[in-house]
Design a protein around this ligand. Structure first.
Ligand SMILES: N[C@@H](CCC(=O)N[C@@H](CS)C(=O)NCC(=O)O)C(=O)O
Length: 207
């Protein structure tokens, strides 16, 4: 049987994207929980030479890095329900949304929680605009693609749907409006809150 290993982190939204995709396909895998903020394993550093980040999927000793690349690989490699649209135009659109999440949303929503003053105010406005785009695009649908089934855009939107809500609460922000994203296969909220609280404290103490 093919050997599938996921070098991930329980608190990482990027890592969860891969877990969701593997579970939807029914692929069995071993999860290696990396301590990315303190001590990365030699194998992770070897497999992800460029970014040295999780997730890394190792399939029969061959590493694949970067969550969006891994999501495509999973879809092309295993039979089972596909989270990618079959139509080339819809596929291109899905890629565009994934880029929107990673390059716009994750970036701004992460930064707004760790910034202060004028910079934070600017970022709050940016986040609100991004959320408005998402809200109007979903307009009452449960999922992006058809509204009925989960697709790769929903999977890549997990940071906005879940992580950001917890982070903004800890940062004392009220930016997040109610979003329509799938809520399954997510880490325990209290554990994730404690993890990021410890990180907020560590950053505050180091200043
Ligand atoms: N673009 C990457 C982002 C992955 C990422 O940022 N992973 C974080 C965990 S959430 C990480 O490994 N951080 C360790 C580091 O920055 O050294 C992807 O989509 O896979």
């Amino acid at each position: 049987m093919a050997e599938v290993k996921l070098y991930g982190s329980w608190s990482s939204p990027f890592s969860y994207r891969i877990e969701v995709a593997l579970k939807l396909k029914g692929v069995e895998y071993e999860f290696i929980d990396e301590d990315v903020h303190n001590k990365k394993s030699p194998l992770l550093l070897k497999y992800n030479l460029v970014h040295k980040k999780v997730p890394v999927l190792v399939h029969n000793d061959k590493p694949i890095c970067e969550s969006l690349v891994i999501l495509e690989y999973i879809d092309e490699t295993w039979e089972g329900p596909s989270i990618w649209p079959g139509d080339p135009y819809e596929r291109a659109t899905a890629r565009l949304w994934a880029k929107f999440f990673d390059e716009k949303c994750v970036h701004a929503m992460w930064k707004v929680c760790w910034s202060k003053g004028e910079e934070q105010e600017k970022l709050k406005k940016e986040c609100t605009e991004l959320l408005k785009i998402l809200e109007s695009t979903l307009s009452g649908k449960k999922f992006f693609r058809t509204g009925e089934t989960i697709g790769m855009v929903d999977v890549t939107g997990n940071f906005v749907a879940y992580w950001f809500g917890i982070l903004q609460e800890l940062a004392g922000l009220q930016v997040f409006t109610k979003e329509k994203f799938p809520n399954e296969n997510l880490p325990p909220e209290d554990k994730l809150a404690a993890h990021f609280q410890a990180r907020f404290r560590a950053v505050a103490a180091s200043k």
